[in-house]
Design a protein around this ligand. Structure first.
Ligand SMILES: Nc1ncnc2c1ncn2[C@@H]1O[C@H](COP(=O)(O)OP(=O)(O)OP(=O)(O)O)[C@@H](O)[C@H]1O
Ligand SMILES: [Mg+2]
Length: 273
């Protein structure tokens, strides 16, 4: 939200999206970034039902983030349509659409301000009780209480920093306060090690409850429980299905799985010897 790449305007008859259910559908979507000759996305079709988890996999530049940018209308599809709850996302006002969408990114942006302000984005209408409640659900309350000034601890002061896992918990608490119906986790755990990822999984699960969630990940472990996994390559969906179905297809997903599984076995072997 802090890096709006383009000035997208409301259409003249745009309506306010109230609380959306979070059904997201792409129909024949092609997308070119402004002044790019090569398509970032071609013929994208999928439907995410309310509350489903969609895993997005694929190498760098495959188009994963572009899909999520289109959902929030940071850009507009060149061809095809994107509907949310059956209505084209261009027919909602930008502000009301984005109020329904929460992002958790790879490197959460923290301000040199108090923990409290970092969780509430400095919104004075959010009470400390609400902030503490969100922090508890994000498994962040305990470490915050352990900081020199608790919720009033100012980040960035006297080298006051947080670990990768702690930062991610702050961003989970933020997203809980926003309470979006659509949640986008873009590489949210790639900056932390696997052990930390494992520890914050419960907080992510709490955050995802009852929301349509798009998980962009490189690790199979992050998407294997998704209702649908879309495997992208060069802007197109190469494979789709559930984890087990994709393993049986013996394609790209299977190859990624085999490589990651081998690495895991190698780590285990090293730990034992
Ligand atoms: N702002 C931009 N302007 C022009 N081209 C872009 C822009 N952002 C991405 N692209 C291009 O669009 C294509 C898809 O990029 P995208 O960021 O969606 O990939 P990704 O799957 O999220 O990759 P990664 O895993 O590296 O984040 C790539 O070819 C990329 O270079
Ligand atoms: Mg990306």
């Amino acid at each position: 939200m802090l890096h709006e790449p383009e000035d997208i305007q409301d259409l003249p008859n745009a309506t306010d999206a109230k609380r959306l259910k979070g059904e997201v559908e792409f129909k024949e979507v092609d997308f070119y970034y402004p002044s790019e000759k090569k398509a970032a996305l071609s013929s994208i079709n999928f439907k995410a039902n309310e509350g489903e988890t969609i895993g997005l996999m694929g190498g760098t530049g495959a188009g994963k983030s572009s899909i999520t940018q289109l959902i929030a209308r940071f850009y507009e599809a060149t061809n095809g349509s994107i509907t949310i709850d059956g209505i084209d996302n261009r027919d909602y006002t930008v502000q009301s659409l984005r109020a329904n969408i929460g992002f958790v990114l790879q490197e959460p942006f923290l301000f040199s301000s108090s923990i409290r302000d970092n969780i509430s984005y400095g919104n004075p209408s959010i009470s400390l009780e609400e902030i503490v409640e969100a922090a508890k659900r994000a498994d962040a309350h305990e470490f915050i209480e352990g900081l020199p000034n608790g919720y009033d601890t100012v980040l960035g002061e006297r080298g006051m920093g947080l670990s990768g896992g702690q930062k991610q918990r702050i961003s989970i608490a933020r997203a809980l306060l926003v309470n979006p119906s659509i949640l986008i986790l873009d590489d949210a755990t790639s900056a932390v090690d696997m052990q930390t990822e494992f520890k914050i999984q419960a907080a992510f699960k709490e955050l995802m409850k009852g929301r349509t969630t798009f998980i962009i990940a490189h690790r199979i472990s992050s998407v294997q429980h998704a209702d649908q996994i879309l495997v992208l390559e060069e802007g197109t969906i190469k494979e789709r299905g559930r984890h087990d179905e994709l393993l049986e297809k013996n394609g790209l997903y299977r190859r990624i799985f085999d490589i990651q599984y081998q690495d895991l076995e190698a780590i285990k072997a090293q730990t034992i010897s």
